[in-house]
Design a protein. Sequence first.
Length: 143
Amino acid sequence: MSHGIAAVLVSILWLLAFLHLYWLFGGSWGKGSTLPTRAKSGERLFTPGPWSTLAVAAALIIAALIVGWRGGLLALPLPAWTPRLGIWAVAAVFLLRAIGEFRYIGLFKRVRGTRFARQDTLLFTPLCLVVSILAAWLATITS
């Protein structure tokens, strides 16, 4: 069962990484509702540059490798404690993203009337919760 959970998580993380790489190289699909905006003006709160987009893609790829390693899908020449610590880090980062910053992003956001807020409520936050829960579960099993 851990192989199946790991495969699902790896697939999600790779998909997200490739989406960020697509945006890095000029793609525009899905960009319209992926960043928080101000409620009245609709102005983006920030516009990520190429380096930050690349950093997110790289972090997602590293997370996918950690999940795959912890789930027994691959082996990496690193110390044995690395995948257990790494999978907890993946679970924590996605949980923090799901919780959000209490204004524009996450479960406890106050700004709710924007296109991003709707997407965040319906897709982004639940996805982050699922990834966090599955990663935490994967961290607790013995391998």
